[in-house]
Design a binder for this molecule. Structure first.
Ligand SMILES: C[S@@+](CC[C@H](N)C(=O)[O-])C[C@H]1O[C@@H](n2cnc3c(N)ncnc32)[C@H](O)[C@@H]1O
Length: 242
């Protein structure tokens, strides 16, 4: 097995490898799916051990501005704005953006610029100029067919730092029940290793840490009623684009 892995890793074009693997998976979920899930996200709103760990690792200087891409209902955007950081909270789901705005209003939190935006949009056209934020983050929200393009977009916006979290386990877009054979893979590489590979290919020096959390049991039969440990890869780097 080690021989197979090395043979495939040497000379790997990580961007192309991701696109190729992505083709064999479920398509990223459409906006309507996330609009629907916004209802469930509202129920879990509030401070979480995940958000606390993410923000501690992010380690911002006072007043640094942040782009939070795929912000959802504000897991990070709300505590960041509350702490006095100017935040652009971007998401393609209107349901998520509405829930975020409501939570901000009811908590009396200002300093948020809520922006409709998809990973596949023209970000400059949407008003996100290059180097327009000190820091860019994407928390559990990179679900794209071109991972290189998404990471590059974050890199282009950020002046000082980019941080993303990605699954270390089997991707929600994979065919979990069938295993890697269904994707035609000799062995399985978790998504975060593709992020590391692409960043290395971009000339960045990514730092990898982990956030360990527990997901409570759910009523969703696909997710299960047992609470399970979840490990997120927290990957941060200094932007490489000018
Ligand atoms: C799992 S939630 C994470 C929300 C929040 N960042 C957090 O960590 O709690 C994923 C978010 O990514 C957003 N998202 C998914 N695909 C997207 C896309 N193509 N463009 C913009 N946002 C997207 C969803 O609407 C959702 O709000």
């Amino acid at each position: 097995m080690a021989g197979i892995v090395l043979e495939h890793l040497e000379g790997t074009d990580w961007r192309a490898a991701w696109v190729e693997r992505s083709r064999r998976r479920r398509k990223p979920d459409a906006c309507a799916y996330w609009d629907d899930r916004a209802r469930e996200f509202r129920r879990h709103s509030g401070r979480s051990e995940y958000a606390d760990a993410f923000l501690a690792m992010l380690d911002l200087a006072p007043g640094q501005s942040v782009l939070d891409m795929g912000c959802g209902t504000g897991t990070l955007a709300l505590p960041l704005a509350e702490a006095g950081h100017p935040v652009t909270a971007a998401d393609f789901s209107e349901g998520m953006r509405t829930a975020l705005a409501e939570r901000a209003r009811s908590a009396g939190i200002g300093g948020l610029n809520v922006l409709p935006l998809s990973w596949t949009d023209d970000w400059q056209g949407a008003g996100l100029a290059p180097k327009s934020a000190d820091v860019a983050v994407a928390s559990r929200s990179i679900m794209v067919e071109d991972l290189w393009d998404a990471l590059m977009k974050l890199d282009a916006v950020a002046r000082h730092k980019v941080a993303v979290t990605v699954a270390t386990e089997y991707s929600p877009r994979g065919y979990k029940a069938l295993g890697s054979a269904a994707e035609g893979l000799a062995c399985y590489l978790p998504d975060y290793l593709y992020v590391m590979g692409i960043l290395w290919q971009m000339g960045a020096n990514p730092e990898l840490r982990y956030i360990d959390t527990t997901r409570p049991g759910t009523a969703d039969p696909e997710l299960g009623s047992e609470s399970i440990p979840i490990r997120w890869a927290f990957i941060s780097w200094k932007p490489v684009s000018a």
